[in-house]
Design a protein around this ligand. Structure first.
Ligand code: DGT
Ligand code: CA
Ligand code: CA
Ligand code: ZN
Length: 597
């Protein structure tokens, strides 16, 4: 395990997971709470949009939910000295290869340890995953005790998945870096304008690198200033009109500069996407124009037509200006030509958040939220919402009897009724007027829901979703989901593909069948706003919108701060051509009330 001062969030998360694994090997039962604490801390660090090292520098480590005083103390030592004596001691004697093997889905601490001790040096420190793949291909895994041919195949499939993972970044991190770079650029007086470009401006769910445009009369001065960005770790390239740097988490930032009278062409060209630009070029060619980042040329003629704004660039070609989210060559050019672009839904039109996990203890086997119902209502008020839904995970069905589950749900119903009473008292205040009693219920592999009829009766409406057994065949998975959507209390199919961006592919579903069922039974499909999910994915949103399916936005918040992720879900909706009418949460409370009856 590398330990140096400039560890990235991902590296720190890996280290914390390794410590959790070490505790697991010592004694799973004795260390239960420690293991959970370290795993939770790892998750929060990985998902934090700020670099941990920066927060530590500013004395703000405790701002990360999930880092308690004890872990914080060890991290402090790690940042100061480059290593933590406690972490080293806990992991003492464990083979380092095992931690890398644990990246593979389905391989936990015990399996990894067993594999490494079983095969010894055949699993090298240099390339443990590659070596394990070789052993699996040779059929050597299935010969060890407790490993069969099935698990050998699983391991091979999982390794293929790990290898296919991309080095792309989640949208909020790219967004924050771009904000910081733009703020830095604006300190230079020669910077007249600065805007994001590329996949970030198009709000794609993951971003390969950040691209930024600047309008200036003095490119050299601007490029020089850019390379001095305080978080720049390396300068990759510095030319006459572009420059590239690398910032923490191995993120590349490209800068492109042009004079102000060509800024529109610059924005258009480097916003992309590549497919949109190719289609636009073909469209322009038919009119005998050729396009570039400098402007538009009439073919065969001299002189360049320059554009200070993007609007004028598109208008010159006879097109309406196309919102960046739509620039993926899925029909936007034709729509722009016919003045038929959709009027995309906007953040300010959102009146509710339909997936929030409060800290009300429903004794679930998944994670509870960290904020109380009251804190959530206050946050909803500050966002100008009219209603929210509390959607804690269903109570654990392995640890409770059916009767106990009903009791827990009745308690929650009472708490929500009380809360609604108290909100009524302050009805004159602008803000949340109603909270809903909902629940996020697992669709079990069998398609059954782990809540009985009596339990479901307590709810205003239910969300259902998949949190396990992701690898069923397409037909089995489709059957499972449809059976999970069957109950009349079920209103929303949440994070429908169950994907985890940069980590896990989504499940395999027959979307035609699923969408068909949703239309017939008036089931709404969620766009989950968690930046790790952004699920339903944009291209499926477009299909759903085309079919007239209604969509909901849910932040899946486990803390009031996560409620700010709504904007990322809205960008997915926009990328899927969704308008206000397609999104349930744009309805007023009165309209929503009628819809769930
Ligand atoms: P990314 O970074 O992988 O998330 O995706 P983009 O779309 O930001 O791609 P990137 O950074 O390679 O380039 C930004 C945009 O610039 C891209 O969407 C299209 C445009 N672009 C870049 N190079 C070329 C080029 O050689 N030809 C054309 N037509 N467009 C280009
Ligand atoms: Ca890019
Ligand atoms: Ca780029
Ligand atoms: Zn969920």
């Amino acid at each position: 395990m590398r330990m140096h001062k400039a560890m990235t969030n991902l590296e720190i998360a890996e280290l914390l997971r390794a410590v959790a694994a070490a505790y697991q090997l010592q004694s799973e039962s004795k260390n239960r709470f420690r293991i959970i604490a370290y795993q939770r801390a790892a998750d929060s660090v990985e998902h934090s949009s700020s670099e941990l090292k920066d927060l530590w520098d500013e004395g703000k480590l405790n701002e990360i939910a999930g880092i308690g005083p004890s872990i914080s103390k060890h991290l402090d030592e790690l940042f100061k000295k480059g290593s933590s004596s406690h972490f080293s001691q806990v992991m003492k004697g464990l083979p380092p290869q095992m931690f890398e093997l644990m990246i593979i889905p389905g391989i936990g601490a015990k399996t990894a340890y067993k594999l490494v001790t079983e095969f010894g040096s055949k699993i090298s420190e240099k390339n443990p995953i590659g070596d394990l793949e070789e052993l699996a291909k040779e059929g050597k895994i299935s010969t060890i005790e407790n490993f069969g041919q099935e698990s050998e195949k699983d391991i091979l499939r999982s390794i293929a998945e790990v290898k296919g993972r991309s080095k792309r970044h989640l949208l909020p991190y790219a967004d924050r870096i771009a904000d910081e770079v733009i703020e830095w650029l604006k300190k230079e007086n020669e910077v007249l304008k600065a805007d994001p470009l590329g996949s970030l401006r198009r709000c794609a769910s993951t971003v390969g690198d950040v691209d930024i445009a600047v309008a200036t009369k003095n490119p050299q001065k601007v490029l020089n200033h850019f390379t001095k960005f305080p978080k720049a770790q390396r300068i990759l390239e510095k030319g006459g009109a572009t420059s590239s740097i690398v910032v923490p988490s191995d993120m590349q930032v490209d800068l492109m500069v042009q004079p102000q009278d060509r800024y529109g062409a610059l924005l258009q060209h480097f916003t992309g996407s590549k497919h949109h630009n190719i289609a636009l070029r073909e469209f322009a060619l038919k009119k005998n124009y050729s396009l570039s980042e400098y402007g538009i040329r009439k073919r065969g003629a001299k002189g360049l037509k320059k554009f200070a704004t993007e609007e004028s660039f598109y208008n010159f070609l006879g097109l309406d200006w196309i919102p960046p989210e739509l620039r993926e060559d899925t029909g936007e050019i034709k729509a722009a030509l016919n003045h038929q672009l959709p009027k995309l839904v906007e953040v300010r039109e959102i009146k509710a958040d339909l997936q929030i996990h409060s800290s009300f203890d429903v004794e679930t086997s998944h994670d509870l939220g960290e904020s109380s119902m009251e804190e959530i209502v206050n946050k909803a008020n500050s966002m100008g919402y009219e209603y929210v839904a509390f959607t804690e995970h269903n109570p654990s069905h392995s640890r409770h009897s059916e009767g106990q589950i009903v009791d827990i749900l009745r308690r929650k119903k009472e708490a929500i009724a009380k809360l609604n009473e108290s909100i009524k008292g302050v009805k004159s205040i602008k803000g949340a007027k109603r909270v809903y009693n909902s629940l996020e219920i697992d669709i079990l592999p069998s398609g059954k829901l782990p809540v009985t009829e009596k339990g479901l009766e307590t709810l205003d409406f239910a969300l259902v979703s998949i949190h396990s057994s992701f690898r069923l065949s397409k037909s089995q998975m489709t059957k499972r989901v449809i059976s999970g959507l069957m109950h009349p209390k079920v209103k929303i199919f949440a994070h429908p593909t169950a994907r985890k961006l940069t980590q896990r592919e989504g499940i395999d579903l027959d979307w035609e069948k699923i969408f068909d069922f949703c239309i017939k039974h008036d089931i709404w499909v969620e766009i989950n706003c968690d930046p790790m999910r952004l699920d339903l994915p944009d291209f499926l949103v477009k299909e759903a919108v085309g079919l007239g399916i209604k969509l909901t936005l849910g932040t899946d918040s486990h803390h009031v701060d996560h409620m700010d992720n709504m904007e990322f879900g809205v960008s997915v909706a926009r990328r899927g051509w969704a308008e206000k009418k397609d999104i349930i949460n744009t309805r007023s409370l009165e309209e929503f009330e009628k819809m769930i009856k």
